[in-house]
Write a protein that binds this ligand. Structure first.
Ligand code: FE
Length: 205
């Protein structure tokens, strides 16, 4: 309702007003602001996480380093900072499906996944992901078989998680770059699986 929530234009206007004031008072440097905005618009985002996953799929030794010490292995790709300082990477297998949540607030590895989606920050997801993960995943369109264990990882300010999804079948000949193109943000949070290329539907065998 208009009286109880701000429209996007209204929010944009407020942000602009605050920005102008901060610059005018000499509190922030416009060049610094541009750098930060550029970072969020183009440098950080799920394409970084996808690079990590694709490399782990094609390079077994890299994958081992990634699972043992996520922070260092991710830094090898030049990806540091923006809340990705202490990273733990958890691997999906035919026996285990991993799901990431922050029950307390919305801790998330911004540097490698970008800004968190609205559902990740919602109270419903934060509370239900722990209590009934199988049902929550079903609502994301992801049916996890009863004999597959679901592990839920609770992020916090010091420790963030990244799911290493399973490499889909039919991708044997693909380049690392093309593989990265298949990896979605939700697959790295655990609310989706990576689909094979040109998969007609998530239910395809
Ligand atoms: Fe949090």
């Amino acid at each position: 309702m208009a009286h109880s929530s701000h429209s996007e234009a209204d929010i944009a206007l407020r942000v602009k007003a605050i920005e102008s004031l901060l610059i005018e008072k000499g509190i922030v440097d416009p060049a610094t602001l541009d750098t930060i905005i550029d970072a969020y618009e183009s440098r950080i985002g799920p394409h970084n996480g996808a690079r990590i996953v694709a490399k782990a799929w094609v390079d077994t030794e890299y994958k081992q380093r990634l699972l043992v010490d996520g922070t260092s292995a991710i830094a090898e790709l030049g990806l540091t900072g923006f809340s990705s300082e202490h990273m733990v990477v958890v691997e999906n297998t035919p026996q285990v499906h991993n799901l990431i949540v922050c029950t307390l607030c919305s801790c998330y590895p911004w540097g490698i996944l970008g800004l968190p989606p609205t559902w990740y920050k919602s109270f419903a997801y934060r509370s239900r992901a722990v209590i009934e993960p199988r049902q929550v995943l079903k609502e994301f369109g992801l049916e996890i078989a009863d004999d597959v264990e679901i592990r839920v990882w609770d992020s916090n300010a010091d420790l963030r998680y990244l799911v290493l999804p399973e490499r889909p079948e039919g991708t044997e000949g693909m380049s690392e770059e093309s593989l990265a193109g298949l990896v979605t943000r939700n697959a790295m949070v655990g609310t989706a699986k990576v689909q094979p290329p040109e998969s007609p539907s998530p239910l395809a065998a």
